[in-house]
Design a binder for this molecule. Structure first.
Ligand SMILES: NC(=O)c1ccc[n+]([C@@H]2O[C@H](COP(=O)([O-])OP(=O)(O)OC[C@H]3O[C@@H](n4cnc5c(N)ncnc54)[C@H](OP(=O)(O)O)[C@@H]3O)[C@@H](O)[C@H]2O)c1
Length: 299
């Protein structure tokens, strides 16, 4: 069984560990291999060569990073260390080990301020970034440095507005349940299902390196997602807010981004966004009902 070392145990790290690890025994019958999952929850800079050698993973999946945009603005030095310097230093340690270790790094589709390019196209992996805040600058700079060091062996994933059926505070659906007003602007979104499918592909195709935009097929707006959540009974009916109005009070600026990646669509064949959203919203409704039932029991 291949060994994975997942760094960071936030929304994406814990979901991936659950899917690819123990619960992966079930998944293995349907989706592919199960993996022996190890987590690194301490600081990434403390993951020494000796620690790497003691685990000797076949792949390191770096899901760690400072992801709160306002926090990054207020703590710029630490945001740069965690999102840019530490991942680059970590890869330098990995590549000096005499054992092939796949390095999969999570970046973000938020490095572009769109929703489209000035000439109306979606953003493709090689387009220059147009970061709108420090967080996005740190992600874009890490990608550039990692690709400069070893673009033949590193795989970088750029998801956008990640969601699932889990009751997790960082789940995009959970966030969209709370805002009374939502913008009606086109965006790409990424289900945990499409992220899992992409990671599984990268783990079995060691030649598949470079930058991958990762998203559900099609385009959706936050307002449309809000309406789907309302129709499922997990939020009130959303109102619309214009992007200009949102930009007046939302700091740092929230970006709209639509992604495209010909290689990703060919190799991964992502599912349609509305089908994925319906599935995740149903799971979320179920999770909310379960939580309410267990709270009622405890009361
Ligand atoms: N979720 C999304 O919608 C989304 C979209 C696009 C890209 N991404 C990228 O995907 C990755 C994972 O996102 P996520 O949603 O799982 O984020 P998350 O829930 O915030 O988890 C990130 C984890 O990394 C930890 N961390 C921060 N700095 C670290 C360091 N120096 N060493 C070790 N751990 C550290 C954080 O711990 P603390 O909480 O203690 O800081 C947190 O537990 C990030 O790189 C993010 O930029 C996410």
């Amino acid at each position: 069984m291949k060994k994975l070392l997942i760094i960071g145990r936030g929304q994406i790290g814990s979901a991936l560990g659950n899917i690819l690890g123990e619960q992966g025994h079930f998944a293995s019958a349907h989706n592919g291999h199960a993996y022996e999952v190890h987590y690194w929850e301490k600081d990434m800079d403390a993951l020494s060569t000796d620690a790497l050698l003691s685990i000797l993973p076949d792949a390191v999946i770096n899901t760690a990073g400072k992801t709160d945009l306002a926090w990054c603005e207020a703590n710029a030095r630490e945001a740069v260390r965690c999102n840019l310097e530490a991942p680059v230093r970590l890869y330098e340690r990995i590549r000096n080990i005499d054992h092939p270790i796949r390095y999969i790094h999570f970046s973000s589709g938020c490095i572009w301020d769109g929703p489209y390019t000035p000439d109306g196209r979606p953003f493709t992996p090689t387009m220059p970034p147009s970061p709108a805040c420090l967080y996005s600058w740190t992600k874009a700079a890490a990608d550039a440095m990692l690709m400069n060091i070893d673009k033949e062996h590193i795989a970088i994933l750029r998801p956008r507005q990640v969601y699932s059926g889990a009751l997790h505070l960082r789940n995009t659906l959970v966030k969209l349940m709370k805002y009374p007003k939502l913008v009606d602007t086109p965006n790409s979104v990424s289900s945990m299902a499409v992220i899992e499918k992409t990671v599984r592909y990268l783990l079995t195709h060691s030649e598949a390196s470079g930058i991958w935009n990762v998203y559900d097929r099609g385009v959706i707006t936050p307002f449309q997602i809000g309406e789907m959540l309302w129709q499922t009974g997990v939020r009130t009916q959303p109102q619309k807010i214009s992007k200009d109005e949102l930009d007046r009070f939302h700091t740092p600026k929230r970006v709209d981004t639509v992604l495209y990646d010909e290689r990703f669509e060919r190799c991964i064949n992502p599912e349609n966004v509305e089908a994925q959203l319906h599935r995740a919203i149903d799971e979320l409704r179920h999770a909310i009902e379960l939580q309410a039932a267990s709270e009622a029991l405890a009361a």
